[in-house]
Design a protein around this ligand. Structure first.
Ligand code: NAD
Length: 260
């Protein structure tokens, strides 16, 4: 279904981004991976994705907190894959602290990686998507783009901002074949959430299993994690013709979190 389409998935060396890259490759898209990690591991990942799905897979180590590196990643993907037809803004980080103790450098980093990077990348790819007459922009926001939690000032602000950016881009592209939407996951078991489970276990003196129950029980009525594969499948759907008139939406995959 996506044969001949080229995708960039930011932050795809792990977690949700990797799930999305795998889903897009499964449907025939060429993919540029991005993110941090061990160089040999990333190379193995790149080769195995390419061989398993018969697609081209390249990699950019661009740091999403730096605009020049985001621009260079878009240029590299365009050069190596021929175009950028699908942009998934997924890279993200988390830090928790009460607002009056929130470290200034963490605020800046979260705003840069979780929000500004999406703006920089969209700004760089939109002209070529419009010129070629097709494009899909998918922003990975969060349930925290729709509702708040304590101690997550920067993350909640960035994710709410990302939904605002999604709506503006959707309006500005409304009469074109380029769409822009956001996916709002609830809890997905990835390294980003493993760290929060460890924090609960340490803070409350709980086992990991009990801390996991506590984490899910507080927010996610299904009491089950969503999976990177489920987020990937939704991203593939948003790239389909069936989704051509889905524009400017924020789609929760959150086990009922934001229904409460
Ligand atoms: P993760 O920590 O497993 O993966 C994050 C990815 O981003 C990694 O590949 C990492 O190398 C990359 N990354 C981090 N900083 C980067 C930078 N400066 N430049 C380039 N790449 C960078 O996290 P995840 O849980 O898979 O999260 C992915 C996205 O989904 C994030 O935007 C996160 O906010 C969002 N999200 C996650 C959950 C969840 O429960 N896991 C819920 C809602 C939203």
């Amino acid at each position: 279904m996506l044969k001949g389409r080229c995708a960039i998935v930011t932050g795809s060396t792990s977690g949700i981004g990797l799930g999305i890259a795998e889903a897009l490759a499964t449907h025939g898209a060429d993919v540029m991976l991005n993110g941090f990690g061990d160089a040999a591991e990333i190379d193995k990942l790149r080769t195995s994705l390419a061989e398993t799905h018969g697609v081209r897979v390249s990699y950019s180590a661009a740091d999403m907190s730096k605009q020049a590196e985001v621009d260079a990643m878009i240029a590299q993907a365009t050069r190596e894959l021929g175009s950028v037809d699908i942009l998934v803004n997924n890279a993200g980080i988390q830090y928790t602290a009460p607002v009056e103790e929130f470290p200034l450098d963490r605020w800046d980093a979260i705003l840069a990686i979780n929000l500004s990077a999406a703006f920089w990348a969209i700004r760089a790819v939109l002209p070529q998507m419009k010129r070629r007459g097709w494009g899909r922009i998918i922003n990975i926001a969060s349930a925290h783009g729709l509702v708040a939690s304590v101690h997550k000032a920067a993350y909640v602000a960035a994710k709410h901002g990302l939904l605002g950016l999604t709506k503006v881009v959707a309006l500005e592209t409304a009469t074109t074949p380029v769409t822009c939407n956001a996916i709002c996951p609830g809890w997905v078991l990835t390294p980003l959430v493993e760290k929060q489970i460890d924090d609960i276990a340490n803070r409350q003196g709980l086992s990991r299993a009990a801390a996991t129950e506590e984490l899910l029980g507080e927010k996610q009525p299904s009491l089950e994690f969503a999976t990177p594969a489920q987020i990937g499948a939704l991203a593939v759907f948003l790239c389909s013709d069936a989704a051509a008139q889905i524009r400017g939406t924020a789609i929760p995959v959150d086990g009922g979190w934001t229904a409460q």
